[in-house]
Write a protein that binds this ligand. Sequence first.
Ligand SMILES: Nc1nc2c(ncn2[C@@H]2O[C@H](COP(=O)(O)OP(=O)(O)OP(=O)(O)O)[C@@H](O)[C@H]2O)c(=O)[nH]1
Ligand SMILES: C[S@@+](CC[C@H](N)C(=O)[O-])C[C@H]1O[C@@H](n2cnc3c(N)ncnc32)[C@H](O)[C@@H]1O
Ligand code: SF4
Ligand code: SF4
Length: 382
Amino acid sequence: MGIQLGMPAVGLPAPPTGASAPPVTEGGTAGIAAAAGIRAADGLLDRYGRRATDMRLSLTDKCNLRCTYCMPAEGLDWLAKDKVLSGAEIIRLVGIGVDVLGVRELRLTGGEPLVRADLVDIVAGIRANHPGLPISLTTNGLGLDKKAQALRDAGLTRINVSLDSLHPDTFAQLTRRPFLARVLAGVEEAARVGLGLIKINAVLMRGINDVEAPDLLEWAVSHGFELRFIEQMPLDADHGWTRDGMITAAEIRGRLERDFVLTPDPRQRDGAPAERWEVRRRAEPETVAGTVGIIASVTEPFCADCRRTRITAEGSVRSCLFSHEETDLRELLRSPGVGDAEVAARWQDAMWGKPKAHGMDHTGLGDADYVQPDRTMSAIGG
Ligand SMILES: Nc1nc2c(ncn2[C@@H]2O[C@H](COP(=O)(O)OP(=O)(O)OP(=O)(O)O)[C@@H](O)[C@H]2O)c(=O)[nH]1
Ligand SMILES: C[S@@+](CC[C@H](N)C(=O)[O-])C[C@H]1O[C@@H](n2cnc3c(N)ncnc32)[C@H](O)[C@@H]1O
Ligand code: SF4
Ligand code: SF4
């Protein structure tokens, strides 16, 4: 059962009230969390009683694909190298998250994390400090065939690979690159080296790959992968998203139900973006063939139970995927004499100002008052 928005969770400090409470801005005001009675041990708490324990860290803003729902065809102005957190800074920041602020799982993302030459060293460095921490990677799979074994050896727990089509032409149309075979080689190698349960992420685009939904699911269950369909969100550089144009979760279930029977997965959702369904083929209704997830950020939002804190490649906290403000931690990390406690306090301030949903005080992607963030999904760290 998720925490109700607006209600402090049991045992947590109440949100600040009264004239003495400093104003809350999404980016955080120095000391605001402390002024509200939040101690380091309270972790990454927000005004609505949610506590972030799931850290999503972007390793780079760069990418070697140009997915139409994410990047512009010409790419973006990549960050200068010195603006991006170094491996040592990342390892320190994860340490502060885990040891001081109660982070319980870590996802490495981007941009495309596999383009970072020191990725294996970063994973190994984090693993050495946190033997029990689940560390997962979200990737487009390009180059995974070369790095899967090293990543597993370094201590990576799991991997999610984005793959929207099994047809070379459709793949190239969606990603603007003809690399389907390379992605499939990466998925195959990740499975061979035993990189946990592999999850496949697919965004369905109307008139392009939406007809492929049942084929993608058949492919995934027959390989033992967990496929998740993601509703397209308004985070594309081209501002091409429309509420009417996107494929909804209800529509996805409808398309799948022609070939499969879907029943709710009895496992707890536990704050996960994906709602999971057990999958049975209509031709074999007695046997569970696998699981499918649907991530319905637009039509069935899950913000009330959000447990995520994001760090961008340049070391800023984004309390929400759709935030309009960021809180820089890199400057503190690079200031001689600044200790972990000070970095942790600024991170807590940023999270205290986390919006209720979708960067606003209510849910509603595509509502009249929704304003798309300046950054695209790739630059936020999806
Ligand atoms: N609205 C919203 N969507 C999110 C958030 N985090 C992830 N998503 C969506 O979920 C998709 C899949 O994310 P992944 O990186 O695979 O992570 P995950 O689903 O949390 O990971 P698992 O723990 O492996 O199930 C992303 O591409 C986003 O579309 C979030 O905080 N808010
Ligand atoms: C931004 S990418 C970063 C990691 C890696 N490059 C990849 O593609 O997996 C993470 C996830 O965001 C998803 N994504 C990107 N733009 C999106 C959008 N506008 N709506 C929904 N999901 C999106 C991608 O499909 C991918 O699964
Ligand atoms: S979704 Fe991932 S692979 Fe596609 S352009 Fe965005 S960052 Fe790159
Ligand atoms: S939109 Fe913001 S509040 Fe909602 S689930 Fe995503 S990160 Fe959390």
